[in-house]
Design a protein. Structure first.
Length: 663
């Protein structure tokens, strides 16, 4: 809980949060105070001086301060109406009125300060009602909302003005509208005819609402601007959800070597906009433009590495590789070769576990010692994949192909490989340990495209916040989130803007498994851009459900898309071997006793694993039934004819594909 300080404003006592700004407390008491440069979403700087107050500290010392950027750090008495304050405000208002007598904002401030005329009219008086009043909001918005710093002040004194570099149009300006949004006079306007939106003002209003939240809240919440998705490395490790050694463990002491601050302090550029999408206020893409490669065809070259994102760091920990330079290099060559970081990292982690278990030997790997943590060997496999030679060719085929080959040609234990081979529908797992989150297990394995977390990332809601405790709660989340995520793709929108910053009023609501304000922003955006009327959750979900169900039917056509294809390897559901159980023995023993209602005392680790496995597989089966029912699918996981008709996609050729699966 933040420290509270008692202060007195105009004789009224109020509690203020330590280090909060005085203006906030004044406004809480609904005391009218003029402001010009201040905007709720921008860092205050006190340049207009209109919010000046007289403050008396505990020693009786008085001073004039600007309320917008004065932090409260001790007991004070504040006056907004003292003779000195009133005199100063009147003088300021009269000077503003002399420079911009026809600007409505200035006229209102002057009136509120008791000024109706000015004595200071001169040759610099500007009678334009939309004149720039040099409040500085636009320059700060350009800097803080989108980190672009394209516009700024030029000139001095009376010749000061807002300008782009060298008074010329800056080609880097992307028309994000931040400057226009915060301008109090209309001096900056936007041209909206390029894409012909139906309601450009509504687009700006809802887009800029998020921009403000991002600028004000991100540093305290997700730190996307500082470290991008790298912030998840620290969180997942601390909650035992970071994949280590082919998902055996959710944390290892070495993981701290690749925490986000390591990349922030040693590699990434800071405080600049990124190249993901110009004008985006999240600016979460990170890069190192001076990384020197140690291996491969570009060895010794200084290159730009875009990343790593969380998934690349998770892929590295999955392989037991915790050197940050390895993470960067593996990231670069995956990008350069066009190889997926998740699939290659997860596949190599599987290969390493099989190597340590004796399923394969140096004879198969081309004399490579592929133990967990073998960074040099992992890089060599990646280069072999790209060159199309050696053991890398086999690894490049993926886990499902390797399992089939090793059973067929080497006589490997099929059950062993199935339990630890982290793939579903032929796609390797994304980098989160799902075994302690039933919802995430289903989110991965039931995803149409295979276990890529983008379709249903529920691990934090389920495992950390316990927001979806019942089967029905989980099924609702597994209905809503895959459709919402699919909807983002359909409309070409970024999901992170919705997902990663929580508005202040919702931040402490532990049970809010959706953020209505952010979803509403997307609805209003689509209305304003395309003219769709009354966009809401039902319309959004139905738009997406048509595509999602067609995807499922395409899976069915290709030989997937039924219940048996929605099952995860058991490593994705629970501990397979004794060392996994014993790494968290107190946790698993307590779960066996409290949840499964079986006393672990006197039982061997293998017996406890068997009991828990039977329980978790039954839980998973139950959840699948509930999810299928919520989605309008048969118990075999195929869309029903009624659901197809409801969505308006019951075309004859579609019906033909699924009719044999109807109950």
């Amino acid at each position: 809980m933040s420290d509270k300080i008692k202060i007195t404003i105009n004789g009224k006592e109020i509690e203020a949060v330590k280090d909060s700004y005085l203006l906030n407390s004044i406004q809480v008491l609904k005391i009218k105070i003029p402001t010009l440069c201040h905007h709720k979403d921008l860092t205050p700087n006190g340049s207009c001086r209109l919010c000046m107050c007289e403050v008396e500290d505990a020693r009786g010392k008085k001073k004039m301060v600007t309320a917008c950027n004065f932090p409260i750090r001790g007991e004070i008495k504040v006056s907004t109406t003292s003779e000195k304050v009133v005199r100063n405000k009147k003088m300021l208002a009269e000077m503003y009125l002399s420079r911009w007598p026809e600007v409505p904002t200035i006229k209102k401030i002057a009136k509120d300060c008791g000024v109706t005329a000015t004595r200071f009219e001169n040759e610099f008086t500007d009678t334009n009602p939309k004149a720039c009043i040099l409040c500085g909001r636009c320059t700060r918005a350009c800097d803080e909302f989108t980190l672009e710093r394209i516009i700024g002040f030029a000139g001095r004194g009376i010749k000061r003005h807002v300008s782009m570099p060298f008074n010329q149009t800056d080609r880097h300006c992307v028309g994000c509208s931040s400057c226009s949004f915060v301008c109090p006079t209309g001096a900056i306007t936007m041209m909206d005819d390029r894409n012909h939106p139906v309601d450009p003002q509504k687009i700006r209003d809802h887009g800029m609402k998020f921009n403000g939240e991002m600028a004000q809240l991100d540093d305290d919440q997700c730190r996307m601007r500082q470290v991008g998705t790298g912030n998840i490395i620290d969180v997942m490790d601390q909650y035992d959800l970071l994949p280590c050694h082919n998902y055996k463990y959710g944390s290892l002491p070495e993981a701290k070597q690749i925490y986000s601050n390591v990349f922030r302090d040693n590699f990434w550029q800071q405080g600049v906009s990124d190249g993901c999408w110009q004008g985006c206020s999240m600016s979460c893409a990170k890069a190192d433009s001076h990384f020197i490669l140690r291996t491969g065809p570009y060895k010794g070259d200084k290159v730009c590495v875009e990343g790593p994102e969380y998934e690349m760091a998770g892929a590295s920990s999955n392989m037991g590789c915790f050197t940050p330079e390895f993470v960067m290099e593996f990231n670069f060559y995956c990008d350069t070769y066009g190889i997926d970081t998740l699939s290659s990292g997860t596949c190599l982690a599987f290969v390493m576990e099989c190597y340590e278990a004796g399923v394969i030997t140096k004879e198969h790997t081309g004399d490579l010692d592929l133990k967990f943590g073998a960074e040099t060997e992992a890089m060599e496999i990646l280069h072999q994949m790209a060159r199309g030679e050696g053991f890398g060719v086999d690894v490049g085929q993926g886990i499902r192909w390797l399992k089939e080959k090793w059973v067929r040609e080497y006589g490997a234990d099929e059950k062993f490989l199935q339990d630890i081979g982290m793939e579903v529908k032929g796609l390797e797992y994304s980098e989160y340990v799902p075994k302690e989150s039933l919802a995430q297990q289903a989110g991965y394995a039931m995803a149409n495209k295979g276990p890529q977390h983008d379709e249903a990332w529920l691990i934090f809601m389920d495992k950390v916040n316990n927001q979806i405790p019942t089967f029905e709660d989980k099924a609702e989340a597994l209905y809503y989130f895959p459709l919402f995520r699919t909807w983002f793709g359909l409309f070409g929108l970024c999901k992170l803007l919705w997902n990663d910053v929580v508005p202040a009023e919702n931040y402490l609501e532990k049970n809010a498994n959706k953020i209505p304000g952010h979803v509403n922003n997307y609805h209003r955006y689509v209305e304003a851009m395309l003219g769709i009327k009354d966009m809401d959750d039902e319309k959004m979900l139905n738009q997406s459900a048509r595509v999602y169900n067609l995807q499922r039917i395409m899976n069915r056509l290709m030989g997937f898309g039924t219940r048996k294809h929605d099952y995860p390897p058991y490593r994705g559901m629970g501990p397979v071997f004794a060392d996994e159980w014993e790494s968290r023995v107190e946790y698993y023993d307590a779960q066996l006793k409290d949840v499964v209602k079986v006393d672990p005392n006197g039982k061997s680790t293998e017996e406890k694993i068997t009991i828990l496995r039977k329980y978790r597989e039954k839980q998973y089966d139950t959840l699948v039934d509930v999810v299928y029912k919520r989605r309008g699918w048969t118990k075999n996981g195929v869309p029903t004819l009624d659901r197809l008709k409801e969505l308006g996609i019951d075309l004859p050729e579609i019906v033909e594909i699924v009719k044999a699966d109807q109950e």
